[in-house]
Design a protein. Structure first.
Length: 232
């Protein structure tokens, strides 16, 4: 388990200290390492629980040319298979992590990379050249990813409390969902127990340009067949 946070502002530079405070609210999700990345209006933060590539998987992680940067929470079961495919295409890896596989897969295949991933994940991917942020969540929604979008921009995180720490949204209880939450310990659909805070639907991604978030779009449906998992 790791923790990811971030914000993409519309008309202001991102404050790295704010990103650090958002990030460190979820230290319990990743006590082994921490990192931040800030580029103008964009800020990304990561708390790491080291599982794969204990010494080389620091995040945020960027490609060698600096174009692509990722913060990621999860585990990719077929990352070794995908790594071999990418190496056959000439990609050279600097780490043994599944994080770098996701990064290089997007650099090669764009948004279609998400379809190739077999695992549980939530990640944010920054494309410096296009000034584009992409938020992605696994097919079954095992790994959490919440976001809040408003006039100042968008904030996101593995836990809702990090979003509140961004200062972009004020905690307001969604009273209409209280009974549902007490009965099921969750809120159905994309809404949450707080006004203005949504959860990214399973099997979906969101494109953010200029701090403005688009609508979630599905990259996978349960009715679509899944290629059998062949192991590492």
């Amino acid at each position: 388990m790791c923790g990811i946070v971030g914000m993409f502002l519309r008309e202001a530079a991102c404050d790295e200290s704010v990103v650090a405070r958002m990030r460190d609210l979820v230290t319990h999700r990743g006590p082994d390492d921490a990192g931040s990345f800030v580029a103008g209006p964009l800020g990304l933060g990561h708390r790491r629980l080291s599982i794969i590539d204990l010494g080389g998987g620091h995040q945020p992680m960027s490609t060698a040319d600096g174009r692509w940067t990722i913060v990621y929470n999860g585990e990719i079961y077929n990352y070794l298979q995908l790594r071999r495919e990418l190496e056959a295409e000439g990609v050279r890896f600097r780490t043994d992590s599944d994080t770098e596989v996701i990064l290089q897969l997007h650099a090669r295949r764009g948004d279609a990379a998400a379809v190739a991933l077999n695992g549980i994940f939530a990640y944010a991917l920054w494309d410096r050249d296009a000034e584009r942020l992409l938020l992605v969540r696994d097919r079954a929604g095992i790994k959490p990813l919440y976001y809040a979008s408003g006039p100042q921009g968008i904030a996101f995180g593995s836990e809702i409390k990090s979003i509140f720490r961004s200062g972009l949204v004020v905690p307001i209880l969604a009273a209409r969902h209280v009974a549902e939450y007490l009965l099921f310990r969750d809120v159905a659909g994309d809404e949450t127990l707080f006004e203005g805070v949504a959860t990214l639907p399973p099997g979906s991604m969101i494109e953010v340009l200029g701090g403005v978030a688009g609508m979630p779009r599905r990259y996978w449906l349960a009715s679509q067949p899944v290629e059998p998992f062949r192991g590492g």
